[in-house]
Design a protein around this ligand. Structure first.
Ligand code: SR1
Ligand code: MG
Length: 421
């Protein structure tokens, strides 16, 4: 049967027929429905009781195609099941940072979830120059809890393998394999370049061997390193915030993959915000510098907060369970040395993935608003070149950049050099 999106009346009637949701929302005749989805994949509706607006939910439905492109790009609706399963798992691990799922319908490929009424998409907040005092703390907590508890450091090996197999999400992974790791590095018809971007910047992505090798290595890790259950698309459009709270939404790309992919996605988007601030922050004659520093500070705090919490979870679990990942006879020196080695490798992975995620947003399809909303073509291209240079330095230098402070220094250098270009 051909997919038809719900009309407002049909959706209200449907919700009225789900007892738990009806209890939340009240009489279907009182419901107001608005389609608000601006994402790439799905339909999203806000539904509220017009008489008591505090009674509200979000409904998300997966059509059998990619919404961004339309019916010419078919996509299986099963992605909704992955999203629901991931939201439930992440919600159990980190309830304070994941919206509640009230109802899921595996025949209609939809779910009804908590409406975050006072929160906004982080990307928009960053474009407006808003600071969020608890953001880094919340996101590092979310990352440490989700990434640790899905891995072999926590789960018994058989349970972890079952979880990895249940989370196979081949169709959405293929989108990432193509759009993040492959097409940006070749002359692919889906690539979209801003007109003023210099030809040599694009050419370099195809011809600079160290960069090609690094990107291929990250693709290999993405496809083969089933380390933990990932969100799979953790950009700043997948995060909702207000002054007090932070929620991570939209995990339809969830699968078992390398930990650094989620952390790298987040850092990449903070760096895109950092470089594009050079435009948005100058509007009305302001100095973009202080907010750019705030963005770098968040990046540093997210990595350092994450790594401290992750190690704490690891230590606590080993001391409580009396099981040591590297073997029962390991002394505390060997344990500490392995943890240091593990985090060092994870940091390098994080930087490599961050580099790929930045490049795809500059030259691939599906761009980010902080770049596309720069109306001055020359200014946009200058910022895009800085993003590409930074991305290359992260990818190629991922194993030699010693700590997150060095990454911040690198970003500042790119910004300074470019200022004198
Ligand atoms: C073709 S879908 C484009 C992108 O939207 C999602 O947010 C993912 O990042 C995906 O790559
Ligand atoms: Mg999304």
């Amino acid at each position: 049967m051909e997919f038809e999106a719900f009309t407002a009346q049909e959706l209200a009637a449907y919700l009225g027929g789900v007892p738990d949701v009806r209890a939340l929302l009240g009489d279907p005749g009182d419901l107001e429905v608005a389609e608000v989805g601006d994402g790439n994949l799905n339909y999203v509706y806000f539904v509220k009781n017009a008489k008591t607006p505090g009674r509200s939910v979000v409904v998300k439905q997966a059509p059998p195609f990619l919404r961004l492109v339309g019916k010419t790009w078919p996509l299986s609706c099963q992605r909704m099941e992955h999203e629901v399963a991931a939201l439930r798992r992440f919600g159990a691990l980190c309830p304070q940072h994941v919206p509640k799922v009230y109802h899921a319908d595996s025949k209609r490929f939809l779910m009804v979830m908590q409406h975050l009424a006072s929160h906004r998409i982080l990307r928009q907040g960053l474009m407006d120059g808003v600071t969020y005092p608890r953001l880094a703390d919340h996101l590092s907590t979310y990352l440490a809890n989700t990434l640790f508890h899905g891995s072999d450091l926590f789960l018994a090996p058989d349970i972890k393998k079952q979880a990895a197999s249940a989370a196979v999400n081949a169709e959405l992974c293929k989108i990432t394999e193509d759009l993040v790791f492959t097409f940006p590095f070749e002359d692919h018809p889906s690539n979209v370049y801003s007109p003023a971007l210099p030809e040599d910047a694009i050419e370099r992505l195809r011809t600079h061997e160290p960069l090609r090798i690094a990107a291929a290595d990250m693709k290999w890790a993405f496809m083969n390193h089933a380390e933990t259950l990932l969100h799979g698309d953790l950009h700043t459009g997948s995060i909702m915030v207000d002054e007090e709270e932070t929620f991570v939404i939209d995990p339809e790309f969830a699968f078992y993959g390398p930990m650094g992919f989620d952390i790298g996605a987040l850092l990449a988007n903070l760096l895109l915000a950092y470089f594009s601030r050079d435009w948005h922050g100058r509007i009305d004659g302001h100095d973009p510098g202080p907010y750019q520093e705030w963005l770098l500070e968040q990046m540093m705090r997210i990595w350092s907060g994450f790594s401290a919490r992750f190690i704490e979870l690891w230590r606590d679990h080993e001391s409580r369970s009396k099981r040591r990942f590297i073997g029962a006879d390991a002394d505390s020196r060997a344990l500490g040395a392995y943890r240091t080695h593990f985090m060092r490798r994870l940091f390098a992975d994080t930087l490599g993935f961050a580099g790929c995620k930045m490049i795809r947003r500059i030259v691939g399809m599906a761009k980010v608003a902080e770049i596309t909303r720069i109306p001055d073509a020359e200014a946009r291209a200058r910022i895009e070149v800085r993003c590409l240079r930074c991305a290359e330095a992260l990818l190629v230098g991922r194993a030699s950049l010693g700590d997150i402070e060095q990454v911040a220094m690198l970003a500042r250098e790119m910004q300074r050099d470019a200022a004198t270009m």
